[in-house]
Design a protein around this ligand. Structure first.
Ligand code: NAD
Ligand code: ZN
Length: 347
């Protein structure tokens, strides 16, 4: 089959590789019909994630059709249309039983290298999906591939970040980063009852899409985000801050934007191990800080329902649709910010 493989910084290729096969009784093989390039794939592309061996198949956003199931798979059969979580979880270990699916003892991230379970990715014609009963969901009737696709990753990541913030109806939310994850955080915040959403990004055009969705744009190259949001909140700051970029600079900004008693929920991926935690001001301001991987299995049913019910349209972020063969061009465009979100079409 054809698949996107990693060969070094900025070097991804479409190559012919061996077809996947069922390895465990709980596996399914999915024929991928639509995949996408995620902001998290860019960290691989930049060489920022250690443990990705040359030739590894990458990608983890996918919709497809079940081709084959292992003997212990109960919920799916050949021919079912499915969307899957980007991380896999057994559903049975102690952490899964406590709904911490992203901490599954036997889990991993598809296409993210040795440190994340050494699983092949889904930017490919076929993919092996471990723990299929827990990792996959049937695509609801009437939803297109593109509508369902992001529930397996960025939409549910963004939605989960808002859930983790404990947003209460009527509160205001500052979203830092208006890439696809940030845009979906804007949509999720409104779906969960935010009164106002401030959408911060260095790139003005990225804040404009957020504005079309009802957010107040904060192009932070042109204005001071902290003073603007303070102005709009009577000097209080934001009730909730969602950080959707990754790294110390935007975490620092998140602490500056949060009001006293506010909550920060961060999902941006970073390879930095530490950042300067504002201890004294967090103490006196009583700020709650939360960071973590998305917990797709916990939230995917909610996001699928919100998409099916027409409350969230995740396709607004898509700027490019390319055949799998043009994936290297897709990575280049996405990396250079010429593409907002790239879909790879397989059929
Ligand atoms: P992206 O790279 O497309 O978007 C990032 C956005 O942040 C861009 O619009 C960029 O202009 C903006 N930005 C960069 N620096 C900024 C700054 N200093 N101030 C304001 N804006 C700034 O990425 P994405 O696909 O939207 O994903 C966002 C982040 O979420 C990535 O780090 C990605 O890896 C991460 N992510 C995390 C999880 C998880 O499980 N925690 C899942 C999916 C994605
Ligand atoms: Zn991702």
């Amino acid at each position: 089959m054809k698949a996107v493989t990693f060969h070094g910084v900025g070097d991804v290729r479409v190559e012919t590789v061996q077809d996947p096969a069922i390895q465990e009784h709980t596996d399914a093989i999915v024929r991928i019909t639509t995949a996408a390039i995620c902001g998290s794939d860019l960290h691989l592309y930049h060489g920022a994630i250690p443990g990705l061996l040359p030739g590894a198949i990458i990608g983890h956003e996918y919709v497809g059709v079940v081709e084959e199931v292992g003997p212990h798979v109960r919920s799916f059969k050949r021919g079912d249309r499915v969307v899957g979580a980007f991380h896999v979880a057994c559903g049975k270990c102690r952490t899964c039983r406590r709904s911490s699916f992203n901490q599954c003892r036997y889990g991993g991230v598809l296409g993210y290298g040795v440190a994340f379970g050494n699983l092949d990715g889904t930017q490919a014609e076929y993919a092996r999906i471990p723990y299929a009963d827990h990792t996959l969901r049937r695509v609801p009737d009437g939803l297109t591939d593109e509508q369902a696709l992001f529930t397996g990753d960025i939409l549910t990541t963004a939605y989960g970040a808002v859930v983790n913030s404990g947003l209460r109806p009527g509160e205001n939310v500052a979203v830092i980063g208006c890439g696809p994850v940030g845009i979906m955080a804007v949509q999720s915040a409104f779906a969960l009852g935010a009164s106002r959403v401030f959408a911060v990004d260095l790139v003005k055009e990225r804040t404009e899409l957020a504005a079309q969705l009802g957010a107040i744009p904060v192009p932070s190259k042109e204005m001071n985000a902290v003073s603007k949001i303070n102005e709009w909140t009577n000097g209080e700051g934001a009730d909730v801050v969602i950080e959707a970029v990754g790294g110390p600079a935007t975490l620092k900004l998140a602490f500056e934007l949060a009001r006293g008693g506010g909550r920060i929920s961060a999902v941006g991926v970073t390879a930095e191990d530490t950042f300067a935690y504002p201890l004294m001001s967090s103490l006196t301001k009583d700020v709650t800080f939360r960071i973590g991987l998305a917990n797709i299995h916990r939230d995917i049913d909610a996001t699928l329902a919100l998409v099916q019910g027409g409350r969230i349209d995740p396709t607004v972020v898509v700027s490019h649709r390319l055949p799998l063969e043009q994936a290297p061009e897709g990575y280049r465009l996405f990396d250079q910010r010429q593409a907002n979100k790239v879909i790879l079409q397989l059929s």
